[in-house]
Design a protein around this ligand. Structure first.
Ligand SMILES: [Cu+2]
Length: 100
């Protein structure tokens, strides 16, 4: 356990209703995640990928994973993420948000 990575918060927040398209998705974990092997993808409801395919760990914070977004049209989006924690354990999850 110990170095297991759990999500501590996200931006946008899980299930958020946003008035404007967010510039990026940011996911904070409760511990460091590996720089390699991380994956974040953002999809429309009909499974079209919309993120900039530039997912990376923040250079100044090894618990923060980010991916850029283009300007999103109104709709619901789902974020899928996969990371490897310091102890080698893989974790994955997803959450959605709405752009009004
Ligand atoms: Cu673990």
């Amino acid at each position: 356990m110990g170095a297991h990575a759990f999500v501590s918060r996200t931006e946008p927040r899980m299930s958020a209703n946003l008035a404007e398209s967010p510039a990026q998705v940011r996911i904070w974990f409760d511990g460091p995640v590996e720089k390699m092997f991380l994956e974040v993808r953002v999809e429309t409801e009909d499974k079209r990928r919309v993120d900039k395919n530039d997912a990376h760990r923040n250079p100044a914070d090894d618990t923060l994973v980010e991916v850029g977004l283009p300007r999103l049209l109104p709709g619901r989006y789902r974020v899928f993420w996969k990371v490897v924690a310091r102890d080698g354990h893989k974790r994955e999850g997803s959450f959605s948000f709405l752009v009004k």
